[in-house]
Design a protein around this ligand. Structure first.
Ligand SMILES: NC(=O)c1ccc[n+]([C@@H]2O[C@H](COP(=O)([O-])OP(=O)(O)OC[C@H]3O[C@@H](n4cnc5c(N)ncnc54)[C@H](O)[C@@H]3O)[C@@H](O)[C@H]2O)c1
Length: 374
């Protein structure tokens, strides 16, 4: 499938390069409101530079990948659907659940696919843990926790403002990986309890080129609470950009017969720890799985980064007329959970979800083999 990219910023290189990992799409054009950014990508990847209207009108394209900032996601997805093209967007799907519902209605009316990141839950660690849970390795899941804690984004991203505005913050920006992983493992959420804090009202950028500039914080930087899933499992969460150091595991899941610890769901690979009741921890490596094999340098380490699998699997689903793993119902439900975490904190009331979604099917090594360029 020939595809175009709108939004040629920080994450775009990963998507341009993902066409070398998967065999069913080619990026042939790109656009950005910042013409210099679009030009730089067009030159680097040898593709056509267009403006946003031109790329939406481009008859050679069947799908637009939306890599703009969160506040532009809805506008670009709606324009893409109105141009009769499928859309795959970076997360979050939109700034709020209501906007997400509008996107879903238009996608359904038009019979077009809308997929959304993250696709890291399709990685080796997420799928291995799903397989273990579905094979009843720890019995039915009853409790658990997830912790994502750091001291923010202003030290690395060149333009970190959007992280501290509505539509981002630790839940919508990073929590999305954890929530999507858990919905993939446990199914939909029904109730949310939450409390919030904003430790610093102003952040100082320390990354280049804007080092020293201030950002006014407009969304909570810490959220803590509980997600209650439709299967009655209760998962405690702690999402914060106000913590310098900690020693919590990213995700712990407790079943009636044992426990599983998952690695950071922002990544595709990593080790899983499994302890059956009365037994010691067993470490399960995912490095021999297709989407777990380390393939990218990350500082001094090598990590598994297979971003693009969600897009590739969605394109395969379009051709084979089936629901994609990264589908609109999943991203809409995840969006409502994330918004619900903020609303529950603001209103000091339990938030009950309106939306639900089907648990995604395990992505098998055979299915990945058909999409992946080895
Ligand atoms: N940077 C990362 O590591 C990373 C990782 C995963 C996901 N994401 C997600 O990817 C998205 C983009 O993040 P980024 O870090 O690349 O941001 P960025 O600010 O570096 O790039 C965004 C680009 O979108 C362009 N843009 C903004 N509004 C536009 C519009 N209306 N029309 C056309 N172009 C527009 C900007 O000019 C900019 O070049 C965000 O949703 C973010 O959550 C980023």
């Amino acid at each position: 499938m020939k595809i175009g990219v709108i939004g040629c910023g920080n994450i775009s290189e990963t998507y341009f390069e993902s066409q070398n990992l998967y065999n069913n799409f080619k990026v042939i054009a790109c656009a950005d409101i910042n013409l210099e950014a679009a030009k730089a990508s067009a030159i680097k990847f040898g593709i056509q530079q267009q403006n946003v209207d031109e790329i939406l009108d481009n008859k050679d394209l069947d799908l637009i990948v939306n890599l703009t900032i969160p506040s532009a996601h809805k506008e670009i997805i709606i324009k893409t659907l109105n141009a009769n093209k499928h859309s795959f967007s970076e997360k979050p799907l939109a700034m709020n659940f209501q906007d997400g519902l509008e996107i879903k209605k238009l996608a359904d009316d038009k019979g077009l696919y809308v997929g959304c990141a993250p696709d890291t839950f399709l990685g080796a660690a997420g799928q291995k843990a799903k397989d273990l849970i579905e094979k009843n390795s720890i019995g039915s899941v009853v409790l658990g926790s997830f912790h994502l804690m750091s001291h923010g984004m202003e030290h690395w991203h060149p333009n970190p403002d959007f992280f501290f505005k509505p539509g981002a913050g630790p839940v919508l920006d990073v929590g999305v990986y954890y929530v999507t992983q858990l919905v993939s493992l446990l199914g939909p959420v029904k109730n949310i309890i939450s409390i919030s804090a904003t430790v610093e009202k102003e952040r100082t950028i320390t990354s280049q080129p804007r080092s020293g500039e201030k950002i006014i914080v407009e969304t909570p930087t810490t959220l803590m609470g509980i997600l209650e899933f439709e299967n009655n499992a209760k998962i405690q969460y702690f999402c914060s950009w106000d913590v310098w150091n900690h020693q919590h595991n990213p995700i712990e899941i407790y079943g009636k017969e044992g426990s599983i610890v998952l690695p950071d769901p922002n990544y595709f690979g990593g080790n899983i720890a499994l302890a059956k009741k009365d037994k010691d921890w067993e470490i399960i490596s995912t490095a021999n799985m297709l989407l777990g094999l380390p393939n990218r340098k990350d500082g001094d380490n090598k990590i598994a980064n297979y971003r693009g699998i969600g897009l590739s699997e969605m394109i395969d689903s379009i051709y084979n007329k089936r629901s994609a793993r990264c589908n609109i119902n999943l991203s809409l439900h995840v969006l409502e959970i994330m918004e619900g975490i903020l609303i529950a904190a603001e209103t000091e009331k339990i938030y009950s979800l309106q939306s639900s979604c089907n648990k995604t099917k395990l992505l098998t090594e055979d299915e990945i083999n058909k999409l992946k360029i080895s």
